[in-house]
Design a protein around this ligand. Structure first.
Ligand SMILES: Nc1nc2c(ncn2[C@@H]2O[C@H](COP(=O)(O)OP(=O)(O)OP(=O)(O)O)[C@@H](O)[C@H]2O)c(=O)[nH]1
Ligand SMILES: O=C([O-])CC(=O)C(=O)O
Length: 595
């Protein structure tokens, strides 16, 4: 092995760790990423030469490249993701657990020599604005040039991170190897106590881009609990009214349930003068500010977005974001360097190369793009990016929104009566599973705060931490639950969604600012008749009525089924949350008797 003579740091902790990992993985070469444009060009050329990347038509798609992942490696693998805490109880009943020593031993054996014949890329990165006191430094060691290039888009990468780190030992140690990309030898292990992540056997998405779900959610949620803040799976958006007033909201929707779309929304024409801008589309780190409000920063610097369904009508800002300097993974492509996916603006061309690299003909029953195909785009490409995105102190949050993908039961919008009720709504959120993780799609599972796969410690303590935040936040945001995905008996979406979600957002913003009243129902506050602005809405009135309906029969079932979830949490479930359910259930049962 030869180590690069150009080690761009004298940080002894970092140098020692990199040397130790190189001894274990035995790469042919160690390369330290500096994050420069010249480096990006060089690594891209290397990736093209190695057929890891395929150039798209550079006139139409400047700086854009295509990547096929291994067909066995197309989404996060929750069953192979582990929280390695000293005891199983620390990880809780919703996480897979491995004893830390055992995990280091087991994965250590797999890493041994895994990088022979390969380059080890050392990728220093900062999550959060470079000068923010809230930001965290991570170093990802990887043998994938694709991962190194993705990290360069998703995080502030290279010299900026080493400068920030200085001689400190406080950095996340992330070791990643694609190894032989075998699901039998695939593990994503987190060691919260050591601020360490070991990932092996996958080169895709949240399994491999360690700054994202692994550091910014699983490890950060553990740090947040200890330090009194929140690390959440939430987009952050800025809403500017026609008078110039700005409000910010954070919204937790599970993977592939509409965060990117909501964060980049274009309001309908009747909302003249309103501007929605993106602060973040996936992750929010929130702390209590000196003014007693909750302030949020987006730790990321790019978007790793779901491609299918994205088009000029549903999300023009996303389409503009991917116009240049973007990596496309597992979408379909044409012979002349163009791309396509299901839900594109135009019909499929007669012939394509599908996500597996195979010839595809229009009319084929198989999908041309994988349902979890993705784009990795720099945030700065987004024409609607908020000017506050780099603000080291973040943005003040007026409303927190929880939203699952539910075909039935959950109405378009509900406002929590108070903080504890809001935490209960988040803690019991259900959502139908999507292609973002391997496994069955479309089954309802409890996904508390959209964090089920991302909480780095036990769920009961996580809920207690949320409850405890009330005491820490003198001016807490209002809390909401939304559902864009309710369906008719025929299986059609009742609510048009996308830009029309502005109508619901506007009501929430007005509520948060005390500008509008609400109708109290048994389950939460809802808009009074006429308060949801439906001017110009292209949807039948009956559909809106069905989307907003609260059916007490469905809710009785829903509240009963939450008992199963609470049983799973057992004694760790905080009592105030258990009591919320009981109270609601009793009220719904009595009301049904009255009827
Ligand atoms: N019916 C409906 N579909 C939506 C809406 N918003 C988003 N979608 C679809 O849901 C899918 C996922 O949307 P995204 O905005 O990428 O979801 P995400 O939560 O950012 O996904 P991750 O990147 O996995 O975190 C896409 O196919 C969208 O077209 C909506 O308001 N209504
Ligand atoms: O992590 C990933 O692979 C993609 C993602 O954003 C999610 O699943 O929410």
């Amino acid at each position: 092995m030869h180590t690069s003579s150009e080690r761009p740091t004298t940080n002894a902790h970092l140098l020692g760790w990199v040397e130790e990992m190189a001894k274990l993985c035995k790469p042919d070469r160690v390369y330290w990423c500096d994050g420069s444009e010249a480096e990006k060009k060089r690594l891209t050329e290397e990736a093209v030469a190695a057929k890891v990347l395929i150039p798209l038509d550079q006139k139409k798609w400047p700086g854009c490249y295509y990547h096929h992942s291994n067909p066995n490696d197309v989404a996060r693998v929750e069953h192979l993701t582990f929280i390695c805490t000293p005891t199983k109880e620390d990880a809780g009943p919703t996480n897979n657990w491995m004893e830390p020593k055992e995990a280091y031993r087991k994965l250590g054996a797999l890493y041994d020599g895994a990088m022979k014949g390969r380059t080890m890329y050392v990728v220093p990165y900062v999550m959060g604005p470079a000068t923010s006191p809230f930001s965290k430094v991570g170093i990802e060691i990887t043998d994938s040039v694709y991962v190194a290039l993705n990290m360069g888009i998703m995080a502030r990468m290279g010299k900026v991170a080493l400068d920030r780190l200085g001689q400190s030992n406080e950095f996340n140690r992330g070791l990643h190897s694609v190894a032989d990309c075998n699901p039998e030898r695939r593990f994503i292990c987190h060691f919260p106590q050591d601020n360490t992540i070991w990932s092996i056997g996958s080169g895709y998405g949240g399994n491999a881009l360690l700054g994202k779900k692994c550091l910014a959610l699983r490890i950060a949620s553990y740090l947040a609990k200890n330090e009194g803040w929140l690390a959440e799976h939430m987009l952050i958006l800025e809403a500017e009214s026609p008078t110039g007033e700005k409000q910010y909201v954070a919204a937790a929707f599970p993977s592939a349930c509409g965060k990117t779309n909501f964060a980049m929304m274009i309001p309908p024409a009747v909302f003249k003068g309103w501007k929605i801008r993106t602060v973040g589309d996936d992750i929010s780190w929130m702390r209590v500010g000196e003014d007693g409000r909750l302030w949020a920063v987006n730790p990321e610097n790019g978007y790793f977005g779901v491609a299918p369904g994205t088009n000029r009508k549903t999300n023009p800002n996303a389409m503009d974001s991917v116009r240049k300097d973007t990596l496309f993974t597992n979408v379909a492509r044409t012979a002349d360097g163009d791309i396509w996916w299901e839900g594109w603006d135009t019909e499929a061309p007669p012939e394509l190369t599908d996500w597996k690299g195979q010839h595809w003909k229009k009319g084929s029953p198989d999908k041309a793009a994988h349902p979890n195909s993705r784009f990795t785009a720099p945030a700065k490409n987004n024409p609607a990016i908020s000017p506050s995105v780099d603000d080291p102190k973040g943005v003040p949050i007026s409303a927190i929104i929880f939203g699952g993908r539910r075909s039935t039961t959950v109405p378009l919008v509900l406002e929590a009566f108070n903080w504890t009720h809001g935490v209960y709504l988040g803690a019991t959120m259900g959502s139908e599973t999507t292609a973002a993780a391997t496994g069955q799609v479309g089954v309802v599972r409890r996904d508390p705060m959209a964090m089920l796969p991302f909480c780095g410690y036990d769920a009961g303590s996580y809920f207690q931490h949320w409850l405890d935040m009330q005491t820490r936040i003198p001016h807490p945001p209002k809390v909401y639950m939304v559902n864009w995905f309710r369906k008719s008996a025929e299986g059609k979406f009742l609510w048009p969604g996308y830009g029309d979600n502005m109508r619901v957002l506007k009501w929430m913003l007005d509520r948060a600012a005390g500008r509008v009243g609400a109708q109290e129902t048994l389950l939460g506050n809802t808009p009074k008749a006429g308060d949801l602005d439906l001017t110009g809405l292209d949807a039948p009135k009956e559909n809106v009525a069905a989307a907003t309906k609260i059916d007490l029969g469905e809710w009785e079932q829903e509240l009963e089924s939450q008992a199963e979830w609470f049983d799973k949490l057992g004694k760790t479930l905080p009592k105030p949350i258990a009591l919320q359910r009981e109270m609601l259930l009793e009220r719904v049962r009595s009301a049904r008797k009255v009827k």
